[in-house]
Write a protein that binds this ligand. Structure first.
Ligand code: ZN
Length: 138
């Protein structure tokens, strides 16, 4: 059985990180499935999905790591091609990836206690993100 839930998430711009764990758990519960996988996918090429211990220090550390890897103020070919300002956003999003699969059993996500499912905004301004949660199970 497969169910799809689509939810909107508002973000404040680059580095803003949103905890989606409750939404994913609810999608699993509403699916009625006991065991399977939940895939979380963000639509768009300038955001990503991963897990982290969702506390301000770890979130800031991740943001700093991305700033070292793909600095916001560096030169990007993307800027020259489109007149865009979000070359760093595309690179960061491509590296993190747009989706995550979480297994569940007995109707519960098999996450660690300090492991939350998060959306990471990489675009340079506020965005409204569409997140698809697809549950496959029985
Ligand atoms: Zn762009």
């Amino acid at each position: 059985m497969v169910t799809n839930v689509s939810t909107e998430v508002r973000t404040r711009g680059q580095g803003d990180t949103k905890d989606l764990t409750r939404e994913v758990a609810q999608a699993v519960t509403r699916s009625g499935a006991v065991a399977g996988v939940a895939t979380v996918f963000v639509v768009g090429s300038t955001a990503g999905v991963t897990t982290i211990e969702f506390e301000p220090g770890a979130v800031a550390d991740l943001d700093r790591a991305f700033e070292r890897i793909a600095p916001r103020d560096a030169e990007y070919a993307h800027h020259l091609r489109w007149g865009d300002d979000n070359g760093s956003s595309h690179v960061r999003a491509a590296m993190l990836g747009p989706s995550l699969t979480v297994p569940f059993a007995d109707g519960r996500l098999l996450l660690g206690t300090w492991q939350q499912v998060v959306l990471v905004e990489f675009d340079t301004g506020p965005r409204t993100r569409q997140v698809v949660i697809q549950v496959m199970g029985e």
